[in-house]
Design a protein around this ligand. Structure first.
Ligand code: GUN
Length: 288
């Protein structure tokens, strides 16, 4: 049984990206830049944004952070995004989610220039991904999942049966599209799927992205299967402390599976590394 080390894989990817950033700077005089827009002061979002900014700078990219008050109007936010769209020194724009309730998230995502949409959430990019267009900005977490699967299973995923649990626009649907492109047979399941344990037992690869702590049980997993756990759930332990757990009952599943990503230290670090990759691609697209 292998524990798939997302932290190490992400570090290796960041090192590779840092070399490409330096080359771009010396050959073209262009330094990739990412602007993160944060509305309000949600503590969890602040931690995510801090990590993104720090890791962006660590590989030699320019990182800017725009903080807007929680009561900022939607039109002020949209004007800010338009200004970033027109600013040629900004290659990537990320609006940290969730947004305050009075702001329509889909209107905000739609306002981002699709070529600067490093989250890959814009409908143009989901359409490109759906069409198998190589120019798509691909959402970061699904990209990270596929990189971990390919690294563990040796690249060729042809014919593998993947069961994806969850159908969100951010993970479930895009990861299914990416794996289809890798010639997998993909089953997308969700809360209304009948006989979910039985369906999961068919899988060579399970991607759990359902957002329910320790939802996937040991007897759902075929012996030797690869398990990718996208969940990040905060639960309270017996002694009143918080801990992070995934969507998979990790301690039970490790017994019989072939490989599994831990939480934390699995998919999470890959998400930010893929954000940096998308920022580099957005910058490259402006010079070629
Ligand atoms: N909030 C939590 N994860 C993400 C993410 O990947 N992108 C954005 N924009 N907001 C998030």
């Amino acid at each position: 049984m292998t524990i798939i080390d997302g932290k190490l894989t992400a570090k290796n990817l960041r090192e590779k990206l840092a070399i490409e950033v330096a080359e771009m700077k010396s050959e073209y005089g262009v330094q990739p830049s990412l602007t993160v827009v944060m509305v309000g002061d949600d503590p969890a979002s602040q931690v995510y944004v801090k990590n993104k900014v720090q890791q962006t700078q660590a590989i030699g990219m320019i990182s800017s952070e725009i903080n807007m008050p929680a009561n900022c109007s939607q039109s002020v936010l949209l004007d800010q995004i338009k200004a970033l769209n027109h600013d040629s020194s900004v290659h990537g724009i990320l609006v940290q989610l969730p947004l305050p309730h009075h702001i329509d998230e889909s209107a905000v995502i739609a306002a981002i220039d699709p070529n600067k949409d490093v989250d890959g959430f814009h409908a143009i990019n989901s359409g490109r991904l759906f069409n198998g267009d190589l120019g798509a900005m691909v959402p970061c977490t699904p990209q990270g999942c596929v990189l971990l699967i390919k690294q563990h299973l040796g690249g060729d995923l042809s014919g593998k049966h993947v069961v994806v649990i969850g159908r969100s626009n951010i993970v479930g649907k895009p990861v299914a599209m990416l794996l289809l492109q890798e010639n997998c047979t993909v089953t997308i399941t969700h809360s209304r799927t009948r006989n979910l344990p039985e369906v999961c037992r068919q899988a060579d690869i399970v991607v759990a992205a359902v957002g329910i702590a320790e939802f996937v049980k040991a007897d759902w997993i075929k012996e030797g299967a690869t398990v990718i756990d996208v969940g990040i759930n905060r639960v309270i332990t017996h002694d009143g402390k918080y801990k992070l757990v995934g969507d998979v009952d990790y301690q039970a599943v490790i017994e019989g599976c072939g490989a599994i990503t831990p939480v934390p230290g699995g998919v999470g670090p890959m998400t930010i590394a893929c954000l940096l990759k998308n920022t580099l691609l957005a910058a490259q697209a402006t010079i070629s």
